[in-house]
Write a protein that binds this ligand. Sequence first.
Ligand SMILES: [Zn+2]
Length: 150
Amino acid sequence: MAWKDGKRWVYSITYDEGCEALLDHALAVHHEFALPGHVALVASRIGVPRDVPGSSYDGMMILSSEQIHMLCAEGWGVSCHGMTHVRTTPENADHEVVASHRVLEAALELPVTMFCVSSNNESYAHCESPPTSSARQRNATARPDHLITD
Ligand SMILES: [Zn+2]
């Protein structure tokens, strides 16, 4: 990836969940400093109010596909943040990591090459290597290229 002005090191800001409110409260700051941001998106919650048990963001509207495309046109990045934002375990890794990636790419009609681990760092090992053989097989083509932690 080529960065603006040929820079080798850049800063960005990641917005957990991609709440629509960032358009009203943060986008102007990004424009002022010509700094693209990044949204970590829960694959099952694009363009609908957040409904994830235990989240302080519940009820907040999540960016639509069209709004995400507008941000990407300004240089923003997108990562998959799981299917439901739960802690990833060996039992749900296929759903939360592999299936969520496919669902998000289909919803956005964009390639998604990063995965942002949700919950806590205990999820990381299960996201890196989903346990089922079917997940490993699909992982060869479906797995995001990079893991980052929430
Ligand atoms: Zn999150």
